[in-house]
Design a protein. Structure first.
Length: 174
């Protein structure tokens, strides 16, 4: 892959990271659910837990996005998905770590704001994402990647991590 195509991939990844997880986990809670008004209290254990969730979620999300670009040559967007099935990194343990990362970030924001409407947003996001995964993503991945994806779904859970998964780089000889 040449320097030009690598630079273009980086720009696509940055764009879709801002547009998708940035919108749902950043802009919406900040603009509509009071995250902008939070005054962080380092002595409040709920605030510390919330900040921890945001930090862990952000690190995990970044890891997933990097893996999409590195292994799959794609972005977090269904409009610009990876070209190869990504089964490395966190994807060895759970099929949807990027969504789980966003949910973890928003959960942290719920703890910081203690806003019931944000909790409802979090729950709605979970339901909508699950419907999207079952109705669109999984059928699309089955069509694109066939038996490789079928094997992956048998060994790696959709939402619950399987830390003893043997799926991943060893199965591809990488």
């Amino acid at each position: 892959m040449g320097a030009w195509s690598t630079a273009l991939l980086v720009l696509r990844v940055l764009f879709w990271t801002i547009v998708l997880p940035g919108f749902f986990a950043g802009y919406v809670p900040w603009r509509y659910f009071g995250l902008a008004q939070v005054r962080f209290d380092v002595l409040d254990p709920v605030h510390l837990l919330g900040l921890s969730c945001i930090g862990v979620g952000a690190v995990l999300l970044a890891s997933c996005i990097v893996e999409f670009a590195r292994s799959g040559r794609g972005t977090p967007s269904p409009l610009d998905p990876p070209r190869r099935l990504v089964i490395r990194g966190l994807y060895r343990y759970v099929r949807n770590p990027m969504y789980l990362s966003v949910l973890t970030i928003v959960l942290g924001e719920c703890l910081l704001t203690l806003n019931a409407a944000l909790v409802l947003y979090w729950a709605t996001f979970l339901v909508v994402v699950n419907i999207f995964i079952i109705g669109y993503e999984e059928p699309t991945l089955r069509r694109l990647f066939g038996e490789e994806y079928e094997k992956y779904t048998r060994q790696v859970g959709r939402w619950i991590p399987r830390f003893r998964s043997s799926f991943g780089t060893r199965d591809r000889g990488e």
